[in-house]
Every structure is written in C-alpha cells, then in structure tokens.
Design a protein around this ligand. Sequence first.
Ligand code: URA
Length: 232
Amino acid sequence: MRIDKWVQKFKGCGKSVARRLIASGEVRVDGVAVRDSHFEVTRFHKVEVSGEVAQSNRAYYIMLNKPAGCVSATSDTEHETVVDLINEPFSDLLHIAGRLDKESTGLMILTNDGQWSRLITEPDEKIPKTYLVTTEKPISPETVAAFAEGFYFAYEDITTLPAELEILTSSCARVVIYEGKYHQIKRMFHAVGNRITSLHREQIGSISLDENLAPSDYRYLTDEEIDFSVKS
Ligand code: URA
C-alpha cells in the first residue's frame, strides 16, 4: 500500500495531514525517513510515525537440514514436523518453500514471506532443485536420456520438464529438476524400473545446504542467499 494511504489509515487522518507528516520526515521506514508519498509499504517494513512503532513485522528466512522421518507440514497429529524443529517464537508464522517426502533429507527452506517463497516454488520460475539419490538397482546409462526427455504422468496429465541426471556411481546419481510434482523423482525412477532408496536435497536455486548443519539443525539465510536465491 502507498505510504500516504497507509499513514491515513494508521492515524485516521485525511490525505493532506498524512502528506504533511511524510514531507516533514515524521514517517520512518526501516529507520529511514521516507518523504516520497508513493513509497510502497509491505508487511515486512518496520514503520514508525512520529516516533511511534506502527508496524514491526519482520520477514524470516530459515534453512533447515531436514532429517528423515519428520514430515513437511506445519502441524501433524502423529509425526514430528519440520516446523517443530524450529525453536523460535515466530515458528508458527512459517510456511515451507518446497516440500520433501517424509523419508527424504536435506535442504528445506521456511519463511513467512509468501511473495519471496513463490519465486522458489512457482513452476513458471523453473528454479533448479538438486538432489543426491541412491537407488536399489544400478542406474542404466539410458536413464540419462529418459530424464532429459521427460515422463508422462497420467494422473496429472503432464509431461515432466527435461531433467538432468549425472550418474556418480552405479547406484548413486545427482538429479536436477525444474519443477516439483508430487513424489516426482521417485516416480521418474519408478518409470524406468528402478526404486529410490535415499533422496537428499542439496540445493534450491543458488542456495546450497550448509555443510555445517547437522540433521535437524537450522540457521537464518544470509542477505546474499535471500537476494540471489533465484539465480542459479
Ligand atoms: N521428489 C521425490 O520423489 N521426493 C522428494 O522428497 C522430492 C522430490
């Protein structure tokens, strides 16, 4: 919302009073006086009007090393959730930017900034997600071409986008996908007659799982990770 409208609402005053407050430097956003009445205030700005804190919401961006066995949900009556692992007063505000199956491990991002998380999760953004997988049977060299071609998923009536598969050892590979369909990688291996025995997410966009984080540990994203997360 434009700051002049925002001040009008907060103070219950008219447009001219709001504009006067703005022009005289009485309205500060994130600690800086804003004199442009067209400035767009979001719910993540800290806004002060004449020294009074009018809005103090903050955006939180967390990287978690998801352990196997906990569910990608904000609440669950039976299982521990990824949000249960975030020991912060604001944890109830968080949502998950890209789920992992219960037995999958690795990079999980949680935030209360829906606009930002959409950049990661919207299929149109085609953000690369990198996984390390191990399989029951050896991975045949033909699997590389099959992943690049895409698989038809009848249930959703879609063909998966070209995915990259790098075979590391006979039953271990690195997979990069650009979308996030339900059980996508499991179903892709199933389609070539194989089965995943472990799946670990290493990277989303340019955000890599911090190797210092043990399973269940988390940390805040850095400003650089927040700004550059959508660039691969
Ligand atoms: N694909 C899967 O099959 N499972 C995950 O957890 C993530 C991607």
